[in-house]
Design a protein around this ligand. Sequence first.
Ligand SMILES: NC(=O)c1ccc[n+]([C@@H]2O[C@H](COP(=O)([O-])OP(=O)(O)OC[C@H]3O[C@@H](n4cnc5c(N)ncnc54)[C@H](OP(=O)(O)O)[C@@H]3O)[C@@H](O)[C@H]2O)c1
Length: 236
Amino acid sequence: MNVRTVLIMGASSGIGAGLSSYYLGLGFKVIACARRAEQISLNLPRAIGFPLDVNDFEQLEDTLNEIVRSTDRIDLIVNCIGIGELNPSLDSSLDASMIETNVKSFTLLSNWAYNLFKKQGHGHYAAISSIAGLRGGKDSLVYNASKAFQINFLEGLQHKAAKENKSIFISDIRPGLVDTAMAKGEGLFWVMPVEKVVKQIAHGIHQKKRVITVTKRWRLLAWLFFLVPKCIYFRL
Ligand SMILES: NC(=O)c1ccc[n+]([C@@H]2O[C@H](COP(=O)([O-])OP(=O)(O)OC[C@H]3O[C@@H](n4cnc5c(N)ncnc54)[C@H](OP(=O)(O)O)[C@@H]3O)[C@@H](O)[C@H]2O)c1
């Protein structure tokens, strides 16, 4: 049987952990990485775990090479790594860590994934951005801006793949609020269970969709969120 191999980056909790379980359940070979590798061994014992800190630039290349050497090929990479903090007081140290993880390291990983698939001749790279990237957010300026960066970057990568290699697919996954450690703040609404979000993401990946907004309810809200004029948005 042709066992498909998926690399889940950011697999120690939340959506990445959910996707790892889902693909293990389908019989995929799952390679899972994050800083908390012990969580991966504990919760995903059938996955091949690697400790990885994307912001440790001295170690990153060695770890990525080690992952590649551990398998004959990788069919799908799902990048679930991200951090998000509300920052209403504009604390620059909080901003710096979000820029490092969500912009600098995101760029390094995405470039690496594309080049790996180019060398391999095929592959699907799916990365989680967010609906938050569609508008500025008064209490989460840098988080929203970092997600806008990811959305724009992934569109560029799709354009590049369409021109250069028709066997490379790029998906931009945009969740609404999901019930993970990341969802913070008072009065959150429509917080979606991880299992439901995981199923819809996997379905979108299977269909090779370029943009996967989850869930269906959040797709409608994302559309309204994007279109609402500033004179109304600024009153919210
Ligand atoms: N939850 C939501 O409402 C929501 C909505 C829209 C978009 N998103 C996006 O969805 C993605 C997944 O978030 P989540 O909700 O599943 O939250 P989560 O449970 O906090 O997952 C984040 C994952 O990223 C990993 N990570 C963070 N920094 C890392 C680093 N320096 N090196 C390696 N791995 C690192 C974490 O693992 P370690 O800490 O073990 O390293 C963890 O596995 C994020 O990009 C987030 O922005 C979430």
